[in-house]
Design a protein around this ligand. Structure first.
Ligand code: SF4
Ligand code: SF4
Length: 295
């Protein structure tokens, strides 16, 4: 099983199982995967699966371990671009190519399986042109010889297949991460390579959320960034809120967007509000005094 997050138009797909054509959600496919099919589990015996930050949250919560333990036991990092952003892939079984979660009965983490496993044999493509602000989602079809699901007489649209595979949360919560990657890639080579520190922050804020949580409660972070007590309490316990905060943090660090108040700015703004309030109170008092004098 392999995932696809590329633009097939940009890729030489001569030997690839990816059909070099993109489709919309209303494109009709014929496919069915079930336990009695002859190829059952074949796709999980040879994996190449990139994980999104939300995939990691689902799996670490399922296994009841922290992100550091999950990353070291079940993933391997890779470079999505030379000296740039890192991604993580599922680490197969020791000395083999099969998924560590595969059992004779099928997937042992089925309800929390990653995005790529849900979508297969549909490939999810996110594309963004340099001239466009928004990204576009489209789909590709992956046809591998061992997969007999394509021979089943079961027709549905890609959108119906996505609903059947419950991809909604996976789409919604991976959007920030996908957009960050697209934004960086669509900026072109002119933006330069990322510093080691930026690459480390990108990895931590996306994939190693429990370490990112320790980072944002540190004095170093709090001496620079201004986060309300209420939000900080949420971030201490809510992985999805923390992932979304990580996205804002990275936009600030990588693209200089003003997504989180900086301490100095926040202090300055607070001081300005105090000054404005005092001036308003003084003006009101002066007006009241003038009114009394006139009486
Ligand atoms: S997570 Fe489950 S569905 Fe995905 S490759 Fe592993 S065993 Fe197969
Ligand atoms: S039909 Fe395809 S997706 Fe389903 S088990 Fe067989 S190889 Fe895997």
């Amino acid at each position: 099983m392999s995932d696809v997050k590329i633009d097939p138009a940009e890729s030489p797909l001569v030997e690839s199982p990816v059909i070099p054509q993109t489709f919309d959600g209303d494109y009709k496919i014929k496919f069915r995967c079930h336990k009695d099919i002859a190829c059952f589990n074949a796709c999980c015996k040879n994996i190449d699966i990139t994980l999104s930050p939300y995939d990691i949250i689902r799996l670490k919560q399922r296994l009841d371990i922290d992100s550091g333990e999950f990353l070291s036991k079940y993933t391997v990092p890779f470079e999505m671009e030379k000296e740039g952003m890192a991604g993580v892939k599922m680490l197969p079984v020791d000395g083999g190519t099969a998924c560590q979660f595969m059992t004779e009965e099928g997937c042992s983490v089925y309800e929390d399986r990653p995005t790529a496993c849900r979508y297969y044999p549909v490939g999810l493509l996110s594309m963004r042109k340099q001239t466009e602000y928004i990204d576009r989602t489209s789909y590709a079809m992956i046809r591998e010889d061992h997969c007999q699901g394509h021979l089943e007489d079961n027709e549905m649209t890609i959108d119906e297949y996505r609903a059947d595979q419950k991809t909604e949360d996976f789409d919604k919560y991976s959007r920030g991460w996908r957009q960050l990657i697209l934004k960086r890639k669509s900026a072109g080579p002119g933006i330069g390579t990322l510093s080691l520190k930026s690459r480390q922050l990108f990895f931590m804020a996306n994939y190693d959320l429990d370490r990112f949580r320790l980072f944002i409660i540190s004095d170093g972070f709090n001496s620079t960034f201004s986060v309300s007590d209420e939000e900080m309490e949420t971030l201490k316990t809510d992985d999805i809120a923390l992932m979304e905060f990580g996205d804002k943090f990275l936009r600030q660090v990588l693209f200089n967007e003003q997504t989180i108040d900086l301490k100095a700015d926040a202090d300055k703004a607070r001081e300005q509000r105090r000054t404005d309030l005092k001036a308003a109170q003084e003006a009101a008092a002066a007006a009241e005094a003038a009114e009394k004098d006139g009486d």
